[in-house]
Design a protein around this ligand. Structure first.
Ligand code: SF4
Length: 379
């Protein structure tokens, strides 16, 4: 199998790994060979260095573990491939020199244990940085069981590092991945990242994680409690909620896929925790610990708390403004800046700040008056 055949197999395989917010590059690509061979491994990704095309690939799709949901699990019959560190580094550089990619996301199936696999990932990144002088974006996956010095080495090479927790706790993980150990193998590398970041005065790569949603009987409450802990205690930048999709010839092949609306509500709720000052217990969970699919969690909170007690936008502090549906962190800052220039008297002034007046109107006061009637007249 030549290098480009491997890229086609491993690039497509990496699409099971959520990394950044990515958009597949659907346009025909340039040399080294045919465009079709490369499509599938290059994505536009929102990175800390802006929105850039990155190459997403695995070093190997061979794996010795047998996670129940995973297409790469040991013993599953499909065509596997493996890059050497130098082969992948040189392939990436040829794409970079042809201006096709500005960054790389690097992961792998496990071969020879977590530390050995981590060494191969680190060797690839080290070649890129040290031998070939690549200064662009690198996102490295930390393998289950990665050691502390490997985590430190990865942090020195990468702009982002991530660990796939897969489940919110050990009990749920056992239903997805019988040989992964939640605290020692998965959570510990994330703890080391935060510990090392603190030792470095807050400097270091950002961290993300991924959860498989809908295959372990976990509730949204469990997922969000863990996410909130990771944001607050371990400096996590972002949790990715990856809806379970059954893969043929795996133990979970007969399980139903997760409805995409659940992922959407989890993202909305996780942003409320991360950016809007909400606590987990304020979210509108149903008795089974799940969020209703029918309603944006912020709107549900506002209906319960602001319908009778609307927020006066001319006097409220930032924390209260962020509770208004239709107002995000940028909108709140613009509103506070606009207030320094004069009072906000009508909905059109809010609309000019990029705030959704339709969503906000039922929950606010403008100079002591409810603007709902203004909104009805305007519609
Ligand atoms: S460790 Fe588990 S999730 Fe990762 S590639 Fe192997 S089987 Fe898949």
């Amino acid at each position: 199998m030549d290098t480009l055949q491997k890229l086609q197999l491993l690039g497509q395989a990496a699409q099971y790994e959520p990394a950044e917010d990515v958009t597949p590059l659907g346009t025909p690509l340039a040399p080294p060979r045919t465009p079709e061979e490369l499509t599938g491994c290059i994505h536009y990704a929102a990175t800390p260095k802006g929105r850039v095309p990155i190459m997403k690939t695995l070093l190997s799709s061979a794996c010795e573990r047998d996670c129940y949901y995973c297409p790469f699990r040991a013993g599953r019959d499909f065509r596997r491939a493996t890059f050497s560190a130098d082969e992948l580094a040189r392939l990436f550089l040829s794409l970079h020199r042809n201006d096709l990619v500005q960054g790389i996301f690097l992961s792998s199936g496990l071969v020879g244990g977590g530390p050995k696999t981590q060494d191969r990932i680190l060797a690839t990144a080290e070649l890129l940085r040290k031998r070939y002088g690549f200064r662009g974006y690198i996102h490295l996956k930390l393998m289950p069981g990665a050691e502390r010095d490997q985590v430190a080495a990865g942090m020195a090479l990468a702009d982002r590092v991530s660990v796939n927790l897969e489940a919110p706790n050990d009990r749920r993980l056992a239903r997805l991945a019988p040989h992964k150990i939640f605290t020692e193998e998965l959570l510990q590398p994330l703890r080391w990242v935060e510990e090392l970041r603190r030792e470095q005065g807050g400097r270091g790569p950002s961290t993300t994680t991924q959860f498989v949603v809908g295959a372990a009987g976990e509730s949204d409450l469990e997922l969000l409690l863990t996410t909130h802990y990771l944001h607050l205690q371990l400096g996590l930048k972002r949790a990715y909620f990856s809806g379970f999709a059954p893969i043929p010839d795996t133990p979970l092949s007969e399980e139903p896929p997760n409805p995409p609306i659940r992922e959407h509500r989890l993202y909305q709720a996780s942003f409320l925790l991360r950016d809007y000052g909400f606590d987990v217990e304020e979210l509108p969970f149903q008795p089974d610990g799940n969020l209703p699919h029918t309603e944006d969690p912020k709107v549900a909170w506002a209906q319960a708390h602001l319908t009778e007690n609307p927020i006066e936008v001319n006097t409220a502090d930032r924390e209260a403004i962020l509770r208004i549906p239709g107002v995000g962190p940028k909108g709140a800052d613009k509103l506070l800046a606009a207030r320094r220039l004069g009072r906000i008297g009508d909905l059109s002034a809010l609309g000019k700040l990029g705030i959704s007046t339709r969503r906000a109107a039922p929950y606010i006061l403008l100079d002591g008056k409810r603007p709902a009637r203004q909104l009805r007249l305007a519609l």
